[in-house]
Design a protein around this ligand. Structure first.
Ligand code: ACO
Length: 437
């Protein structure tokens, strides 16, 4: 088997979202705190009619339909999620409904959980299966599905919700460079969910930021070492066309890329020009701990990294900025943004991926891209995901219902008390109709 990787992708996020600007006003924080301070535009959330299971059912059935994949052709189904609705029954078993209908119950795989890393674990399981002696020639299917919600406080604006489905097999347009993986796994209490009755995590925001950045450093170091071992030459960010990060909020992505540049500076790598070298030289003798604490280094390295950030990272940021942290789906929603923005231009390019899950588990790995063959081609993946329309239509729903005509409402009254009146329909002559629960 050659060129094992991702053949097809579909993304689903709820149409309901809140503008970060409006959330700033609502929370009474200073203007710009969420939009500039965190770098976020909008946050998706599930209403009471959607959850991680319904979103994943939507993503899976849409993928199978739009790429014309027979459900019988799936031999492995893996789910990554950290949203626990049942302590024993896997989310995967809910998705089996789609396959049972078609007489296919011969499908391996269950759920993987470790905060935002579960999706990557699921993806690796599928890729490893296709590359192994137990592979039966069918496709693997990976689903990352999460609804991220936080208790009131500074973490609340970093929520989000989405589901992503990815088809795995040989001869893919998105090929794993399987030998090049650098991981960092350790014991930390930066973000965890010990209260089984609550959907909210316990989170130490500052600690989670530094665990994340330390993981970026450690994984990059391992990745570079492996690259150098196999390729016989030094690796720098110049060897990757794009770099995609797990994206709890955009500011952390900016800091992470700056951190890679600082690593390249310390390694005397070719991505660092004379100007950058001069600006970073005051920081060459910091201890590693000092380097995490230095606000000056953070500022200068972000400034030095800015031109390359705009080129190599900015095209990956659209969806995470628009829907928020989607935990296991976050990294792959950033990757989906890149495919949406660059499509066939990605042919021949190397893409670096950084996955982080609190607690903690992190891996840096890479893809090599080619156009592929319809329907499994970069341009078709972009067409199927249809990100621009999905983002646009949710704004339409919010902005255009006022004064609009000719629509029926969702008629979902589950949150309304008995006796409450609700809007059911506005007909083509702007006549409004109501019912009583
Ligand atoms: N205008 C512009 N910028 C502002 C403003 C303003 N009005 N107010 C604050 N800021 C800036 C701050 O200067 C800071 O920027 P900096 O980091 O460049 O210095 C930034 O906004 C954040 O503000 P802080 O006060 O440092 O942090 P805050 O109390 O808002 O908390 C945090 C942020 C820790 C990220 C919180 O939202 C959180 O706990 N989130 C969940 C944990 C998380 O996502 N961790 C990441 C990895 S783990 C994971 O994926 C879950």
């Amino acid at each position: 088997v050659k060129n094992v990787g991702i053949l097809a992708m579909e993304i689903y996020f709820p149409p309901t979202c809140v503008q970060q600007e409006a959330l700033e006003v609502h929370d009474g924080v200073s203007k710009g705190k969420y939009t500039i301070g965190l770098g976020q535009d909008c946050m998706a959330f599930c209403t009471d009619v959607e959850d991680i299971i319904s979103m994943s059912l939507t993503a899976v059935s849409s993928l199978l339909e739009k790429y014309n994949v027979d459900p019988k052709q799936i031999g492995r189904l893996e789910v990554g999620s950290e949203t626990v609705l049942d302590k024993s029954k896997a989310i995967k078993t809910f998705l089996m409904q789609i396959f049972e209908e078609h007489g296919n119950t011969d499908i391996e795989g269950v759920d993987s959980t470790n905060a935002c890393y579960g999706g990557t674990a699921a993806l690796f399981n599928c890729v490893n299966w296709v590359e192994s002696s137990s592979w039966d020639g069918r496709y693997g299917l990976v689903i990352c599905t999460d609804s991220a919600v936080y208790a009131e406080g500074p973490a609340r604006p970093t929520g989000g919700a989405a589901s992503i489905a990815m088809l795995v097999g040989p001869d893919a347009p998105i090929v794993f460079e399987s030998k090049l993986r650098g991981s960092h796994m350790a014991h930390a209490y930066d973000f965890y969910k010990p209260n089984l009755a609550s959907e909210y995590p316990v989170v130490d925001g500052k600690l989670s930021q530094s665990c994340y950045l330390m993981s970026v450093d450690a994984c990059y170091k391992h990745y570079c070492n492996k690259y150098e071992k196999f390729e016989g030459k030094q690796f720098s960010v110049d060897d990757a066309e794009y770099i995609v990060f797990h994206s709890p909020y955009n500011k952390l992505v900016q800091k992470s890329f700056a951190r890679l540049m600082y690593n390249d500076f310390l390694r005397n790598a070719r991505s660092i020009n004379e100007d950058a070298k001069e600006k970073l030289s005051p920081f060459s003798n910091l201890s590693i701990d000092e380097s995490y604490q230095s606000r000056d280094l953070e500022k200068v390295s972000q400034q030095v990294a800015k031109p390359l950030y705009d080129k190599k990272v900015q095209p990956t940021t659209l969806i995470p900025k628009q829907i928020g942290n989607t935990y296991t789906a976050s990294l792959y929603s950033a990757f989906a943004s890149l495919i949406h923005n660059k499509q066939s231009e990605l042919t021949g390019k190397r893409i670096i991926m950084f996955s982080y899950g609190s607690g903690l588990a992190a891996t840096m790995f890479s893809f090599r891209l080619n156009e592929g063959q319809h329907p499994f081609s970069l341009s078709n993946i972009a067409a199927v995901m249809n990100v621009a329309d999905k983002l646009e239509s949710r704004h339409e729903l919010m902005e255009h219902r006022y004064g609009a005509k000719d629509f029926v409402t969702s008629n979902d009254t589950s949150l309304l008390a008995p006796g409450t009146y609700y809007l059911t329909e506005v007909d083509s002559s702007y006549r409004r109709f109501y019912a009583k629960k």
